[in-house]
Design a protein around this ligand. Structure first.
Ligand code: ADP
Ligand code: MG
Length: 556
């Protein structure tokens, strides 16, 4: 265990998230002994979500520790989610002695964890001997961070954790790996091909994804956008890479970009489900440039006319170095058209948020939240839910990179408290989590972790009494609540009383605004029950088109 802790310290890990028990309890104490912070959770999934947020905001792997069997599997859900989202994460789990697992002899918490993890993570390694720990830690680190980042599983068996070594012998095992995140420089002809296409476009656009946020290339993107005058559209977690209110922001006119642009340059974004079907239709004659680190991603949904495979910093630098060789031929009416359409849409949207509806709808509540959050642009916003997610993303402008963390590519629920904790611990900044009442339920108990560690996190629970809303009707003969119904009268603010945090119950936009402003200013744990109307919100928010079938009456 000492070797593991020192190996992690040596490679620069200063924080470990986790939940202890046999066989890793001492590991957490020892980690603290090396000067690492150990942030202890109530549920392993949330420890993993914290590590993922840590990875996203810092660009360095977030590390978390789990016990064997169920604890491992609870944590694995977030390591899998990290892999899908390209967040650098290392899950370290204790596991039982090998022999009785392999012989299926029914050992304590016996599970072949390595093989359970393998299909859902970027890489998985098992260590059976203390001597191998330093190498295993370096390999896990490299796997998490190099190329396309992802979730890595490191299985440490009980004998390896328990093994005692001579200190001088152990010291010899450590080494400092060289160039753990090597630059991947794009081919010069790929850069020219991309510049050629972009410069000839009449209606070009740049689509920024969370890969760009993670790669920390806001300086280069700003140069590229401002030098070329090409408008940009940010994906959800790329909001703020360039400020949402930038004159070249096309945030409000997504369908115009999709339908009319003739060349779209993807920067750290994938053409996955979030950019197809119900999310809009691309111009059939449009062409794509894709700046991407993973060559396998290219062409996966649409043909890419100009792939630029490399890390974003190298690729953008290479493009900027050559940009003056190209003459841009953008249609002079393209940007003014986008700006005019944006102005009209933004005015309409502003009017919608200004109506102080009571009981509150998502919109009237968000009008209040917007005023506070936009006055505090350095607050990191964590956001999950269905309508709460969609409407918050549309309402709250972001001005700084890596300040928005949400359900991301899998559109999962249950990332809230963990992500808020990881973001607060990794940055020291204040965090506001805007949560649907259902979404909050998945991770709510880890509000107590926010309180124990006295983190500057304000949790706002948008309570409309259910999944999607609180007016689900049972269609068939049952006296049970509808599957979507939760509790419109639940008082989520009482969590504050239970764990010693500031708590507020608000029923009007003005009350919400005052409570949120006070909570954020306090830089202390706080929870706000934001009472919405039960009929606020619709089934599946903006993605109802993904529901496989409408309800029909089958009562017999
Ligand atoms: P979004 O949902 O915002 O579109 P995705 O997570 O779908 O973002 O896509 C991010 C893309 O960015 C992934 O394909 C990933 O491989 C890529 N990526 C991540 N980090 C880098 C980097 N440093 N350089 C280049 N591409 C990167
Ligand atoms: Mg709800």
């Amino acid at each position: 265990m000492y070797i593991l802790a020192h190996a992690l310290r040596r490679i620069g890990i200063d924080t470990m998230y986790g939940l202890v028990g046999i066989p890793v309890t001492e590991m957490a104490y020892i980690a603290q002994g090396t000067g690492m912070r150990f942030i202890s959770f109530r549920h392993e999934q949330q420890a993993g979500m914290a590590a993922a947020a840590h990875g996203f905001v810092t660009g360095k792997p977030g590390v978390f520790l789990t016990v064997s069997s169920l604890g491992f599997m609870n944590g694995l859900t977030s390591t899998a989610n990290a892999t899908v989202n390209c967040y650098p994460v290392i899950q370290i789990s204790g596991s039982s002695v090998r022999e009785p697992i392999d012989l299926e002899q029914g050992t304590y918490e016996g599970l072949d964890q390595l093989n359970v993890a393998k299909p859902v993570v970027k890489a998985a390694y098992r260590v059976n001997k203390a001597e191998d720990i330093p190498t295993a830690v370096v390999r896990a680190y490299r796997a998490a961070i190099s190329g396309r980042p992802g979730g890595v599983y490191l299985d440490v068996t009980t004998p390896a954790l328990a093994q005692i070594m001579d200190r001088a012998e152990a010291e010899k095992l450590f080494f400092d790996p060289v160039d753990v995140q090597p630059a991947i420089v794009p081919a010069p002809e790929a850069v020219d091909r991309a510049l050629q296409l972009l410069s000839q476009a009449k209606k070009p656009a740049i689509l920024i994804g969370k890969g760009a946020a993670q790669a920390q290339v806001e300086d280069l993107l700003k140069q590229l956008v401002e030098k070329t005058g090409v408008p940009f559209y940010p994906m959800s977690m790329a909001k703020g890479v360039l400020p949402d209110n930038h004159p070249l922001s096309a945030l409000s006119v997504r369908s115009t970009i999709m339908e009319d642009a003739d060349v779209v340059m993807l920067v750290g974004a994938r053409l996955n489900w979030l950019l197809s079907r119900g999310h809009g239709k691309w111009n059939p004659d449009g062409k794509f440039i894709q700046l991407e680190i993973d060559p396998v991603e290219i062409d996966c949904n649409r043909p890419i006319a100009a792939p630029v495979v490399g890390d974003l910093r190298s690729s953008l630098e290479a493009m900027l170095a050559k940009i003056d060789n190209y003459k841009f031929q953008m249609d002079p009416a393209w940007v003014p058209g986008i700006q005019a359409e944006s102005a009209v849409k933004n005015e309409k949207f502003k009017a919608r948020l200004a109506v102080k509806t009571v009981p509150m709808t998502h919109w009237s509540a968000l009008g209040a939240a917007k005023a506070v959050l936009e006055a505090n642009p350095d607050v990191i916003l964590v956001n999950e839910g269905a309508n709460t997610l969609d409407d918050t993303r549309d309402s709250i402008d972001m001005f700084l990179p890596r300040h928005r963390i949400d359900c991301a590519t899998w559109a999962i629920m249950g990332m809230g408290m963990g992500s808020a904790i990881g973001a607060a611990v990794a940055t020291g900044k204040s965090v506001v989590a805007i949560e649907g009442d259902s979404a909050f339920g998945f991770s709510g108990m880890d509000f107590s972790t926010i309180c124990r560690f006295k983190l500057p996190v304000t949790v706002c629970v948008f309570n409309n009494g259910g999944i999607y809303n609180g007016i689900g009707k049972t269609l068939y003969n049952t006296t049970d609540p509808a599957p979507t119904t939760l509790d419109i009268n639940a008082r989520y603010d009482k969590f504050g009383e239970a764990f010693g945090a500031k708590s507020y119950y608000v029923t009007t936009p003005d009350e919400f605004q005052a409570a949120l402003a006070e909570a954020v200013a306090s830089k202390a744990p706080a929870i706000i029950d934001v009472q919405l109307a039960a009929d606020a919100g619709k089934e599946s928010g903006h993605i109802g088109y993904l529901n496989p079938t409408p309800l029909i009456d089958i009562t017999v």
